[in-house]
Every structure is written in C-alpha cells, then in structure tokens.
Design a protein around this ligand. Structure first.
Ligand code: HEC
Length: 113
C-alpha cells in the first residue's frame, strides 16, 4: 500500500514537473502564437492592419480581449470561436508572446513569378 502511494506521488510530481517545463518552453509558446499568424501576420504584424496587428500590444489588454471574445463580452465574427480553443494559461502565454514582439511592418511577400 505504502509502495503504491509512493509510486503515485512520484508519478504525479513527474507530471507537474513536465507540465511546468512545457509552459516555460519558448517553442511551445511560439507554436501557440503561430496559430494567430495566418490572419494577424507573422509574429502578429499584419498587412495593412487588417485584422489588427498584435505585435507589441499590452499583455493585459491582449489577455482581456481574448477572454472577452471567449466569454461573449466582445462581439466578433471570428475571434469568439477561436478564443474558445485555449486554456487561461495558454491565453496568458499567447498574450505574453505578442506583447514581447516589437511592433513593425509585415515583411514583404516574395514577388510573384
Ligand atoms: C481566421 C483569422 C483569425 C485568426 C486565426 C485569429 N484572429 Fe484575431 N482577429 C481576427 C478578426 C477578423 C478580428 C476582428 C474581430 C472579429 O471580427 O473577430 C480579430 C481581432 C483580434 C483581436 C482584437 C484586436 C484589438 O485591436 O482589439 C485580438 C486581441 C486578437 N484577434 C487576437 C488573436 C489571437 C491571440 C489569435 C491566435 C490565438 C488570433 N487572434 C487568431 C481574425 C483572426
């Protein structure tokens, strides 16, 4: 009995550790933020501001907008659906990512051949 409990505790500690390591992993955070790049531009620098650029916005502002979209407090055409796919922890990581990016113009697309 004691052995089972000990094994369980070790296993649980392992899960908690793994989870914490994942959350702090920059490539995990960037892969979450990358789901936004299609519309908001690479690293949140959108082309001509449509939809708005996210790069360099305030972290708390970004997090609040995502929570408001998710909770139906801010009307939207797309974002209310998209915001529902993330946990609060993931939204905080995404907001932190875009807040840390310097604002700027989107890189020019390659010329068509
Ligand atoms: C399919 C395209 C699409 C994707 C993907 C997308 N967005 Fe949006 N986003 C929009 C549109 C369109 C708007 C304008 C509001 C609306 O109509 O939904 C918007 C608005 C926003 C706003 C409000 C900006 C402001 O100035 O207040 C935030 C914040 C935002 N998106 C964050 C995100 C984040 C973070 C992700 C990734 C997790 C993301 N979006 C993914 C299309 C998208």
């Amino acid at each position: 009995m004691l052995k089972t409990t000990t094994l369980f505790a070790v296993g649980l500690a392992g899960c908690v550790w793994t989870h914490a390591a994942t959350a702090a992993d920059p490539s995990y955070t960037r892969s979450l933020a990358a789901t936004c790049f299609t519309c908001h531009g690479t690293d949140g620098r959108s082309v001509d501001g449509v939809p708005p650029s996210l790069a360099g916005l305030n972290r708390d502002y970004l997090l609040k907008q995502m929570q408001d979209f998710r909770d139906g407090k801010r009307p939207a055409t797309i974002m209310h659906q998209h915001a529902k796919g993330y946990t609060d922890e993931q939204l905080a990581l995404i907001a932190g990512y875009f807040a840390a990016v310097s604002p700027g113009r989107a890189a020019a697309a390659p010329a068509p051949r």
